[in-house]
Write a protein that binds this ligand. Sequence first.
Ligand code: SAM
Length: 236
Amino acid sequence: MLVLLGNYGGYCLFLHSKIFVKVLQDNYRHKGKRQQLVKVVKAKGITDGRVLEAIGKIPRHLFMDSSFEDHAYQDKAFPIAADQTISQPYTVAFQTEKLEVKKGEKVLEIGTGSGYQTAVLCELGAKVYSIERQRQLYKKTSNFLNKIGYRPKQLSFGDGYKGWPEYAPFDKIIVTAGAPHVPKDLLGQLKVGGKMVIPVGADVQIMTIFIRKSPKEFDKTEFGEFRFVPLLGDKN
Ligand code: SAM
C-alpha cells in the first residue's frame, strides 16, 4: 500500500512497505528562484545566452541533498556526498562559457560530482563523457541523471588524470577539480583546434585555458582565481 505522508517543501513523501520514496519536484518557487540566480550570474559577467538559459532551466535543488534545498539557488558551492562539492553556479557558467561548446561536440568532463555541470553540457547539445573518482558519487549521479532525463554519452568510475583514451580525441575538455599540475594525458587527448578549461594550483587555482594549435603546440591563457576541491590521484 502507498500512503502519502505529506508535502515537505516541494517533495512528496510516500511510505511504501517501510521504504521512503523521494518524488522529484520542480515547482514555481524553484523556478522563480532560478530566474533570480540567472540575474546574479549575468550581473557577474556571464553573457552567453545559451549558458544562462541552461542555468535557468536546470533544477539545481535536485542535484543537492534536500537539507540544502532552500539554499540551492544561492550563487554558492555546497557539500554533496563523499566530502565533495557542487560547484558555485557562477564558476560552472564561467567554465562553460570559456569552453564555447558547439552542438554535437565531444566533451570530456573530469569530476562528474553531482552531475550539475554534466547537465549544463548536455543542455548545450554536447556529447558528454564524464569521469568521477568517487564510486559513491559515480553510482548516485549515474542513476540520478538518468532519472531526470539527462543522457551523457558515457559516465565512468576512474581516475581523470588519465583522461579517456578509448574515446579520445575530444573537441573540449573541462576539469572541475583543482589540478596541482596540468595532466599531460589530458593535453594529449585534445583534438588539434580543441580547447581545455582547467583550474590549476594547490590552495587557490588559476582558471587556465589551453588551445591545441598543432600536435605539439598549445596556446595558454590565464584568467582569475577560483577555489575547487582538489583533483586527486587514483580512484576511491
Ligand atoms: N562537476 C561537478 C558538479 O557539477 O557537481 C563538480 C564536483 S566537485 C567540485 C569535483 C569532483 O571531482 C568531485 O566529485 C571529485 O570527486 C572529482 N575528482 C577529484 N579528482 C578526480 C579525478 N582524479 N578523477 C575524476 N574525478 C575527480
